[in-house]
Design a protein around this ligand. Structure first.
Ligand code: FPP
Length: 251
């Protein structure tokens, strides 16, 4: 598999708090440092020819964090929008936020709306921030919206997919989680059914373009079978069709 086949990459940017605590700083220091890494990884994804990059910036569960920490995350989002706007537009990136942004300050909401509109027709990397996002919530909302619009009609996988928040992004090919934990924490549950998973011990503020590229190159070499057998086994099984038939008949 060549790396261009990893069309949609999702990242759980974890480990900010522990990164700061290891250095005897407050957890928010880790988020501040972590926010500076985001644009490097966006740039690298763009250079690698990735089509979509979805970043987990704030989960529905993160609402239970101390107010000070939540406020810092809000401010970092605003800072990112102000600082990266021109670069996003210059690099033909299409920017979107998915999730419940209703509790964000009005100014941040309008910055998001403006950048989404300005970058909407861009044809390069699709950069999406999951903010106030939860995978289960997204699936429940999709099902409810479908039922409301199609009373009595049966739901299919394709129809549910079309009611997700960002149907155009398609399935996730690779999900990376930094920070050493090995779980997907309610991120893109539907879209990751066949995603390759990669967990790195590196905490998000230490994550580099070089490590990101190495992961993409490493995972690109994995064979993805999507529930099928590998291609060489398929060839062999065709050659052995007669023998297989005999085995099945005698079962
Ligand atoms: C997890 O670290 C990270 C988050 C909850 C938020 C991710 C946010 C950023 C990378 C910065 C925000 C940037 C923008 C542009 C919005 P954690 O606090 O759970 O770390 P821990 O597992 O060490 O406690």
């Amino acid at each position: 598999m060549d790396k261009a086949k990893l069309k949609h990459i999702a990242i759980i940017m974890d480990g900010n708090g522990r990164w700061a605590q290891c250095r005897s700083h407050e957890r928010i220091w880790g988020h501040i440092r972590g926010s500076k890494i985001v644009s490097n990884i966006v740039e690298e994804a763009d250079d690698l020819g990735v089509q979509a990059l979805t970043l987990y910036a704030f989960s529905t569960e993160n609402w239970s964090r101390p107010l000070g920490e939540v406020t810092v995350l809000f401010k970092l989002l605003k800072k990112f929008l102000l600082k990266e706007r021109s670069r996003i537009l210059k690099n033909n990136i299409q920017f979107k936020v998915m999730g419940d942004t209703s509790k964000l300050p009005e100014k941040t909401k309008s910055l998001i709306k403006d950048l989404e509109e300005e970058s909407n027709s861009n044809t390069g990397l699709k950069l999406t921030f999951a903010f106030g996002y939860g995978g289960r919530d997204e699936i429940v909302q999709a099902a409810n919206n479908f039922i409301k619009e199609n009373p009595g009609k049966e739901l299919t996988e394709e129809l549910l997919q079309s009611y997700l928040l960002m149907p155009h992004l398609g399935d996730v090919d690779l999900m990376i989680r930094t920070g050493g934990d090995q779980r997907i924490s309610n991120f893109l549950l539907w879209q990751s059914a066949y995603a390759e998973l990669y967990f790195t011990e590196t905490k998000w503020p230490d994550f580099t373009r070089v490590e990101f590229r190495k992961i993409v190159e490493f995972v690109s070499k994995r064979e993805r079978r999507f529930g099928n057998v590998c291609s060489s086994d398929l060839q062999t099984s065709k050659l052995m069709a007669v023998e297989n038939k005999e085995i099945i008949t005698n079962l």
